[in-house]
Design a protein around this ligand. Sequence first.
Ligand code: GAR
Length: 219
Amino acid sequence: MKKLKLGIQISGRGSNLQALIDACADKDFPAEIVLVISNVADVEGLARAQRANIPTLTLPHKTFPNREAFEKAIDEAHRKAGVELICNAGFMRIISPYLINQWRGRMINIHPSLLPAFPGLDIHQRVLQSGTLFSGCTVHYVEEAVDGGAIIAQAVVPVLPDDSEDRLAARVLKQEHQLYPMAVRLIAQGKITYQDGKVIRNDMESMCQNGLLNPAIHS
Ligand code: GAR
């Protein structure tokens, strides 16, 4: 099976990276990780990649004269590794139009809220303050608007009356670990494609049969 080549971008813990590593360990999973880039040295995510024998690259953003130089180095590394899809997994840098233009429709991100609600930072704190009854996570294409690109997949969790930020974050994270590999699989299988800023769902029938589009709430 020809596998889609993934380049993963991280800044820290890398638990979503781990979920993708675990998914790719299945010989029937239609994607493989060929490179992990971190903008922070010595993070747990780099150790996870090294344990899985995946090539890693640390590019500390502060060592570059400006954002474009940093992103040129990123772009070059992904191209050299043969990357076909960039997956941001807790990559905490704003991505500029330079890199977006190089990878439009071939770069995705996971965000711990039900976008378009709660883009940006301090998400769980803001969710708790808002009084909303549901939160969740979103996998989306990366566009110029921060956390604003076309939505590929979402999972919903309840917000419980006695929730702390940590408890809510853990409940959301558990779903992130299911959702990100599922989204990558749909893209690798061609069931989801990107066209002019929109997500095209090419196989609605089988997606419905497999429960992928059913609204489910995960506790
Ligand atoms: C995840 O919750 C991810 O959704 C979030 O950072 C965390 C990284 O955890 N990303 C963002 O907030 C991006 N806007 P991880 O390093 O354990 O995967």
